[in-house]
Design a protein around this ligand. Structure first.
Ligand SMILES: Nc1ncnc2c1ncn2[C@@H]1O[C@H](COP(=O)(O)OP(=O)(O)OP(=O)(O)O)[C@@H](O)[C@H]1O
Length: 862
């Protein structure tokens, strides 16, 4: 009656496009309904009592069972939805399928009343009544429709009017489909599929409806919200505003945009290029000495190499292959700068600088001796050691037809200052009337000013260098022959000295000048720069920058002039403030890589400041009770791992055992550090003692050294003859004798302070024991570096107490700072029987009592 199926016209289908059809057009031109699965006959209303509210409630069919939420919606909204559906349904009957979507759009945007009027001429209320009527007939019709299941959609439409809920469900399903289709831009294909699936979908929809009626879920807040959103999206049908959610001032405070982390690596270096990109030498880079130098006459000749071989230097060590070429004569400016060397302990740094330096000075004038090289080291022991290497080199070059054999001297305070002065400087009277007159005038002016009690501004001594003035005053007062003045001559070419003594000679030794110095070597540089004894740098460096005597600092066989500086350490500082004091020229840093460096990332290698000798093995032993520390030391010494080895064969066997027991650095490994009666037996005869391993024990101070040394003798009397002591308070001659005895294998144990922690080369030292924890990582590196030198094996032991454990394992034993061949082994003491332990403690207490008694007696004597 209100709408029925009208076959589409055969003409232009575009004329049916409703997108551009407005309400006026619709009223003038009756719409031509198209065959569609959703168009059907709607019977007239049965009763006028039906309300739009009731209808709309029935219409809320949700495909996903959340229709209940819609029941909560305001009635007006539901009515609108109902009207909308009817309007859509009606228009579906009249419009071709293809334009359905566009039609819906137009329906949403226009007023519902207009649409319905134009289509059927009735009012919206009428339509709602019709829908209610239709509801009444739903059950019988929908069953019939499903049972008939005609293939022809048109027929189905005519004969099987579907209930309104189903229609609406279909409609919203379509809407969803169409939304999806919109996204994929595949409208036609999708609509075709929808048509094909109609019977099945009806069934599914009806099932879902029945389900939703059966168990209506509680409306969820989310559903309501979602429904609101979808209603709004439906356009005018849901124009009613949903109540706004009150936030009660809990709105999130506007936050600034998160700052993106800059993970890019800076394209600039904070360090100067020579420090940031050092010359890296790999551990295996040893080579014959003859491979250095452009030509043999500018390098090491075959004869020199043979003589080096006879002194035990068969091949150049890796660091020597890197440093020696830089220091040999070269006309290339790039090879003429100052050289800084960072290489592990015992890697052969001393020969790396002494060989080219002595070679250069050997080329100097045969007849004049000048102070041409200064080697500064921190201790007297090192002075002596370096002097021996220099002498070795001097003798090697002297035999090679060199112009002169360099004269080498030491200045370290081991002898009275005057003696040292006379060993360095030669004084003579020379005929020089002009100078003599000047001297007389100076003396006269000075005495006049002294009488006037005035200053000495015009005395002739007022130079900028107060030290020089003082020296000259003293010289002038010396009696000489008429027309003669005093002249000074250097007696040495190379001076090896401690910084303090050097400063003293500069200030107080007449004739001691640095005007001809062309080599300055600073060994153990980080210590010397860090402590700057007597501000030695401020005194020395300015005197090396003067160029008063033309050509005085020229290097033979190359076009280099000035002082060549060689700065070395196993723990070289990268502190530019410290290095600044050296006034370096065109510096190059040569670094000897650790054994593991090749497999590591460059950044990791750069972070690891120090490297240990490749064949050094390290172990750490926890001291449970610090009061009994000496007992732990005795146990360690007596164990088969240290002094218990009676022969090389035994040594090898126990080494194997140690390494196999402690490959995992984190796990405690029981190495059985417990004394055995057998272990000290070899000491009973001196001849057997000579075969015992050599041990160097470090303590934290001179006092501890003396005390521990005595305690060891008391606790293990068999060891007493083989124990030596080295502290800075020990007289130099005693220290020297101790080292000699140790090298001659007469002594087997030295208890020492950090005096001998740096630089000292003790051949065939087997063990280093850190009885007290070192004060710094650098100190640890130098201490343990007294063993495993020059490619030999060696073992370092560290006793640590509970408070020291953290620093030791996190910093010292960590691979972050120190490159090492093997991780540090962790050991523990084997538990003993209680009786044995009590005996030990009793002996220890007795030894302590004896020690106290001895100390009292010494005090009384003093
Ligand atoms: N080319 C070589 N062949 C054999 N032995 C060498 C060679 N060069 C040096 N040695 C030996 O290596 C040992 C260690 O050398 P050196 O004392 O110069 O080490 P270092 O690097 O200065 O150590 P440290 O940092 O502890 O002072 C010395 O006994 C030395 O004689």
């Amino acid at each position: 009656m209100y709408s029925r199926y009208i076959p589409p016209p055969k003409g232009d289908p575009n004329s049916l496009n409703t997108e551009s059809i407005d309400s006026s057009q619709l009223s003038q031109v009756p719409p031509k309904p198209q065959p569609t699965a959703y168009a059907r006959y709607i019977p007239p209303p049965k009763s006028s009592q039906s309300t739009s509210l009731h209808v709309s409630t029935q219409q809320h069919v949700r495909f996903n069972g959340d229709g209940e939420a819609n029941r909560e919606e305001p009635p007006s909204k539901r009515i609108k939805l109902a009207q909308d559906t009817v309007a859509i349904q009606t228009s579906d009957q009249e419009q071709p399928k293809k334009s359905k979507k566009k039609k819906r759009k137009s329906v949403q945007s226009d007023s519902l009343a207009e649409d319905t009027n134009s289509l059927g001429g009735g009012k919206s209320e009428d339509i709602e009544v019709q829908i209610e009527k239709q509801e009444d007939t739903v059950s019988g019709l929908e069953v019939a429709g499903i049972q008939q299941g005609s293939d022809n959609p048109t027929l189905q439409v005519e004969e099987l009017p579907l209930p309104m809920e189903v229609l609406q469900a279909e409609e919203s399903s379509k809407r969803r489909d169409k939304k999806k289709k919109k996204k994929t831009n595949d409208d036609e294909e999708s609509s075709g599929q929808a048509e094909d699936n109609i019977p099945l979908r009806h069934k599914a929809i009806l099932e879902k409806k029945a389900k939703s009626i059966r168990k209506a879920p509680e409306p969820a807040q989310e559903d309501v919200a979602m429904n609101d959103v979808s209603s709004r999206a439906d356009g005018n049908a849901s124009q009613q505003k949903t109540p706004e959610i009150e936030l009660h001032g809990l709105e999130p405070i506007p936050q600034p945009e998160p700052v993106a982390l800059d993970t890019t690596t800076p394209s600039y270096e904070t360090l100067p290029p020579w420090l940031a990109s050092p010359i890296r030498i790999s551990q295996g880079a040893s080579a014959p000495f003859t491979e250095f130098g452009l030509t043999p006459d500018l390098g090491i000749t075959q004869e020199i190499a043979e003589r080096l071989n006879s002194k035990g230097y068969k091949q150049a060590f890796a660091i020597q292959t890197g440093v020696i070429p830089f220091l040999l004569p070269n006309h290339c400016k790039k090879m003429q700068g100052d050289v800084l060397v960072s290489a592990a302990t015992g890697s052969g740094k001393t020969l790396a600088y002494t060989l080219p330096m002595v070679r250069d000075i050997s080329q100097s004038s045969r007849h004049t001796t000048r102070l041409r090289a200064l080697i500064v080291v921190p201790t007297r022991e090192l002075v002596k050691q370096v002097q021996q290497v220099c002498e070795d080199c001097a003798s090697i070059f002297a035999l090679d037809g060199a112009k002169r054999r360099p004269r080498i001297a030491m200045a370290m305070g081991s002898q009275p200052f005057e003696h040292e002065q006379t060993s360095l400087i030669e004084r003579e009277e020379v005929y020089n009337p002009g100078m003599y007159q000047q001297r007389v005038k100076r003396l006269a002016r000075s005495s006049e000013l002294d009488q006037d009690a005035g200053g000495d501004e015009d005395s002739g001594y007022n130079t900028e260098d107060e030290g020089k003035d003082a020296i000259r005053r003293g010289e002038d007062k010396l009696q000489t022959l008429p027309n003669h003045v005093i002249s000074y001559k250097s007696k040495v070419d190379i001076l090896i000295c401690t910084p303090g003594r050097l400063v003293e000679h500069i200030k107080f030794t007449p004739g001691f000048c640095l005007d001809f110095v062309r080599w300055l070597v600073v060994d153990e540089a980080d210590k010397l720069l860090g402590q700057n004894f007597q501000q030695w740098l401020d005194v020395v460096i300015p005197r090396l920058q003067t160029d008063e005597r033309i050509g005085a600092r020229n290097h033979k066989q190359s076009n280099l002039s000035g002082v060549r500086k060689v700065i070395l350490s196993a723990t070289m500082t990268r502190d530019l403030d410290q290095l600044e004091g050296l006034k370096l020229r065109r510096p190059r840093l040569v670094v000897l890589e650790g054994t593991k460096a090749q497999g590591q990332a460059k950044s990791d290698v750069n972070q690891q400041e120090h490297a240990l000798p490749g064949l050094l093995e390290e172990a750490a032993l926890k001291v449970g009770d610090p009061n009994l520390k000496p007992l732990f030391l005795i146990d360690l010494l007596r164990s088969r791992y240290v002094l218990g080895k009676s022969s090389d064969a035994d040594r090898n066997a126990s080494d194997d055992e140690t390494s196999s027991s402690g490959s995992d650095s984190d796990a405690d490994s029981d190495v059985g550090i417990a004394s055995s009666k057998k272990s000290t037996e070899p000491f009973k005869t001196p001849s057997r003692a000579q075969n015992m391993p050599a041990v160097l024990i470090f303590t934290k101070s001179n006092e501890t050294t003396l005390r521990l040394s005595r305690l060891l003798s008391l606790l293990a009397p068999t060891l007493e003859p083989f124990i030596g002591t080295l502290t800075s308070t020990t007289p130099y001659t005693t220290r020297r004798d101790t080292l000699r005895s140790f090298n001659a294998r007469k002594l087997r144990i030295i208890v020492a302070s950090d005096l001998v922690a740096r630089g000292i080369d003790l051949p065939s030292l087997d063990h280093v024991i850190n009885y007290d924890m070192p004060s710094s990582i650098a100190s640890y590196v130098h201490r343990v570096g007294r063993t495993a030198r020059a490619g030999n094996i060696g073992k370092a032991w560290t006793l640590f107490t509970n408070p020291e454990a953290r620093w030791f394992w996190n910093d010292v034993a960590s691979e972050k700072v120190i490159q090492r061949g093997k991780p540090v082994e962790r050991l523990r003491v084997t538990e003993e029987k209680e009786d044995a332990f009590d005996v030990k403690v009793a002996a220890y207490e007795a030894a302590l009592a004896k020690l106290g008694e001895e100390a009292r007696q010494t005090r009384h004597k003093a």
